[in-house]
Write a protein that binds this ligand. Structure first.
Ligand SMILES: [Zn+2]
Ligand SMILES: [Zn+2]
Length: 338
């Protein structure tokens, strides 16, 4: 059997190790992808630290995949060998349960498939994906450009377009990291008056360069008070991983405004009176399905939204992961499989 290199986690809290494995064969309804690039996402720590219930180890993480279809299983009508594709967090759904028939594929009741969590992901030279988890890549984006859009990009794009905010409305993006630097770009290009909120005066120039019309330094001022002075935000995309910083923005929502919770954080405390008298909501959001990925990629091509990436060769995957976890990465770390 031909072999490939894969970066696996042998058990919770074990180091990332590059091993040799047999190249997997696609079953019916699946395709095999020759991986060209894979983004390193904070959610990969769910595998590394054993935080997702029921993970079977060893596991290969990675759900920001860009590559080329290399083999097609039986009964796959949609894809052909040689097509450029990507795979994100959503790892497929059954199509026949009640949730799927309502169009809520993310809530599939029969199989909760997550790329790189319930099956091996893109930290490898090859991976398998169910046909409905696969998105076509546009010719205008190379694999390194496309990969981070498969999780960070789609999450921001999809959260914004499902926030209820309309063009011209004021929208805030909390955090200017891997997610936030894309969120600011998408919000500005979608026609929102975009406010970036982050720690430190030094990030203002970047925020404005990404398209923000206002910048709030939440280490020096109260973001809720500042947002209120500006008329309040119809939507706030909270990308940070600290719940106190998220809660501190709620008072800056406009009437009927919505806090879109995207960063995975611990328990959050807020005063219900504050949101009920102003009819506001707090909603969770994650990524989307493969067609949402295609929409994200198409909008990125149309509008010029791009992730800023630190590219790391596959051999240095562990170093790339540490760089992402430490928060020192500017802004997204992407594995180059060449
Ligand atoms: Zn992710
Ligand atoms: Zn289903």
């Amino acid at each position: 059997m031909p072999k490939m290199r894969a970066a696996q986690i042998a058990k919770p809290k074990a180091p990332i190790e590059i091993v040799e494995r047999e190249i997997p064969a696609p079953r019916a309804g699946e395709v095999r992808i020759k991986v060209q690039a894979c983004g390193i996402c904070h959610s990969d720590s769910m595998v590394k630290e054993g935080l997702w219930p029921g993970i079977q180890y060893p596991r290969v993480p990675g759900h920001e995949v860009a590559g080329v279809i290399d083999e097609v299983g039986l009964g796959v009508a949609r894809w052909k060998v040689g097509e450029r594709v990507g795979v994100g967090w959503h790892g497929g759904s059954c199509g026949y349960c009640d949730a799927c028939r309502h169009g809520d594929f993310f809530a599939c009741q029969t199989q909760n498939l997550v790329t790189g969590i319930t099956s091996d992901g893109g930290y490898a030279e090859y991976m398998i994906a169910p046909t409905d988890a696969v998105a076509a890549l546009p010719a205008e984006l190379d694999p390194i450009e496309a990969a981070p859009l498969m999780c960070a990009g789609i999450t921001m794009f999809n959260a914004l377009r499902n926030s209820g905010a309309r063009p011209g409305d004021q929208v805030a993006v909390l955090g200017l990291g891997g997610l936030g630097h894309l969120g600011v770009q998408f919000a500005a290009k979608m026609g929102f008056r975009t406010i970036a909120i982050a720690r430190g005066a030094d990030k203002e120039a970047l925020a404005r360069q990404l398209g923000a019309s206002k910048y709030i330094d939440n280490s020096r001022s109260d973001p809720a008070a500042e947002l209120t002075k500006l008329g309040g935000a119809k939507a706030i995309l909270a990308t940070v991983t600290e719940s106190g910083a998220m809660a501190a923005t709620i008072g800056g929502l406009a009437p009927n405004g919505i806090l879109m919770v995207i960063g995975a954080v611990g328990p959050m405390t807020f005063d219900p009176l504050m949101i009920l008298t102003r009819r506001q909501s707090i909603k969770g959001w994650y990524a989307g399905t493969s067609i949402d990925s295609e929409d994200t990629l198409a909008f990125s091509v149309l509008s010029g939204v791009r992730s800023m990436n630190e590219v790391v060769p596959f051999a240095r995957v562990a170093e790339g992961y540490d760089c992402m976890m430490s928060g020192s990465a500017r802004f997204r770390v992407v594995l180059d499989m060449k």
